[in-house]
Ligand binder design. Sequence first.
Ligand code: SAH
Ligand code: MG
Length: 194
Amino acid sequence: MEIIEQIKQKALEEHIPIIMDDTLQEVGKILEKIKPTKILEIGTAVGYSAIRFSKYLSENGYIDTIERDEERIIEAKQNIKNLNLESKIHIFEGDAVEILPTLNDKYDVVFIDAAKGKYPIFLNEALRMLADGGIIIADNVLYKGYVMSDYNKHKQRTAVRGLREFLKNLQENENLSTEILEVGDGLAISKKKC
Ligand code: SAH
Ligand code: MG
């Protein structure tokens, strides 16, 4: 089995919420078109999506990705090393809410895929660092249908509130044109107008 397939199978067995196949296909189409130089990812987990995205980078391109879970960071680093992608994927270790304000790069693509309750905060940081013509892609925005239904269990309330606010902010932002796809767990794609 290919290394990337092994990473995927292990993550699935361990219930790590890696990007779903149909979502990856959609993101892949977008990345293929823009051949980004810089991607920012919020939520590395074990590096699966970053590794998949890396093949679409332009020649000198790289990915900055943020993760706060220590065990996942160790595994992600190992996976990145095994695939010789250390020069292309850099992990920032810690809480994205604290790390994002310290970053000042301009990114062609920002992929938001971490704590759902924090999506509005992540959006503000993404907007600050998004290059003109850049794209913000956010995963799990429909959150298994909870975002669209009236009834939410206590456990999901923060996530649902965060996601609803995030989607509202996207749609009200005049600098963005946003599309929401019902692939996987819901994918929001927002392009910054030039
Ligand atoms: N993008 C990955 C999956 C990420 S799962 C892939 O598709 O392969 C979401 C990850 O975000 C988890 O590993 C979780 O630990 C991390 N996370 C959640 N909230 C975070 C935060 N505030 N800062 C940093 N990482 C966070
Ligand atoms: Mg996800």
